[in-house]
Design a protein around this ligand. Structure first.
Ligand code: ZN
Ligand code: ZN
Length: 153
């Protein structure tokens, strides 16, 4: 897959496959191998890694740790035109991963609860629709009987 000209020029984060936007997003690089990711993506990846094996680079599997990771700072010519990108310093993003993790847990619980409810509702719906079909057949039979009776009269 070397030399694919079609994708040339696009810089993406190998974790989420979104574009890397150096001037508006917080990016981090693993100093050992040089691979670059979104800061949040890399943090999440490291959290995922601690569940089992050693931490490594999602691209080249080079063993590393948070110590080997550094924030990247880009200098842009257009900075003066758009001060909002400068003033939006990463402080609030770094706030607390703990709370984020709790939020994720809460949402995950909600999702599994909802899908359980959906499942049981689907089952109920199937039961009901079978009953409806039975009822419909009975109605049809009753109607044909009534028609026959009418003809007899
Ligand atoms: Zn990413
Ligand atoms: Zn790497």
């Amino acid at each position: 897959m070397v030399g694919g000209n079609n994708t040339f020029g696009k810089t993406i984060c190998s974790i989420c496959y979104e574009d890397l936007k150096p001037l508006v997003e917080d990016l981090q690089s693993i100093s050992i191998c040089g691979h670059v990711f979104h800061e949040l993506c890399l943090q999440q990846w490291f959290e995922y890694c601690t569940n089992g094996k050693k931490k490594n680079c999602p691209v080249c599997k080079q063993t590393c740790s948070e110590v080997n990771v550094g924030r990247l700072y880009f200098q842009s010519v257009g900075d003066t035109n758009d001060p909002s990108t400068l003033s939006q310093k990463p402080r609030d993003c770094e706030e607390n991963p703990e709370e984020l993790r709790r939020e994720v847990k809460r949402l995950e619980g909600k999702v599994s609860g909802l899908s359980l409810a959906l499942e049981s509702q689907q089952k109920e719906f199937n039961d009901v629709s079978e009953e409806v079909v039975d009822f419909f057949i009975i109605c049809l039979v009753a109607q044909t009987i009534r028609e026959k009776e009418r003809k007899l009269i």
